[in-house]
Design a protein around this ligand. Structure first.
Ligand SMILES: [Zn+2]
Length: 160
């Protein structure tokens, strides 16, 4: 028996199609990207998070000469937020990334597999989906309504 998995997503041709809060999150993620510490990959990523209380926090990727010791922008941001606001639900997360020498054709940059796994943990914990947006600097934005859409057959605490 063959089964299919189907996901839906929103595709925004440019930021004029985003609403106010989405544009704010996009701007904050771009701003955070400028401060990324990525001297090795020269691949800069910024991330912003909207909490249920309306506050927005941001972060960026942090690399290390010992490569595995660095961390993606998504988890840098997520772990800080979870550490400081453990009881606030995460409503939206916005990711913007691309090479330092940005090219107009760079596609939207989705979160890596490890970040998807980390995001699933918080979505499961808060029992409420997180809107996830990812983009490159060229203004094209992709949105999914749950992290689970990006990680079919995800592993979580129900298996333990
Ligand atoms: Zn990642």
């Amino acid at each position: 028996m063959k089964k299919d998995i189907q996901i839906g997503y929103d595709y925004f041709k440019n930021s004029s199609e985003l609403n106010d809060i989405e544009n704010t999150l996009f701007a904050r993620a771009k701003q955070a990207r400028e401060n990324a510490y990525a001297p090795y990959s020269n691949f800069l990523v910024g991330c912003s998070v909207l909490l249920e209380n309306g506050e927005i926090f941001s972060g960026n990727n942090q690399e290390n000469a010992a490569f595995p010791s660095g961390l993606c922008a998504e988890r840098t941001t997520l772990f800080w937020v979870a550490a400081n606001f453990p009881n606030e639900k995460i409503k939206k997360i916005f990711i913007v990334g691309g090479p330092r020498e940005f090219h107009e054709k760079n596609p939207p940059i989705p979160p890596c597999g490890a970040c998807r796994q980390s995001l699933i943990e918080y979505e499961t914990k808060q029992n409420e989906n997180i809107d996830l947006y990812f983009s490159s600097m060229n203004d094209v934005v992709v949105k999914v309504n749950s992290i689970k859409d990006l990680l079919p057959f995800y592993f979580d605490a129900t298996f333990l």
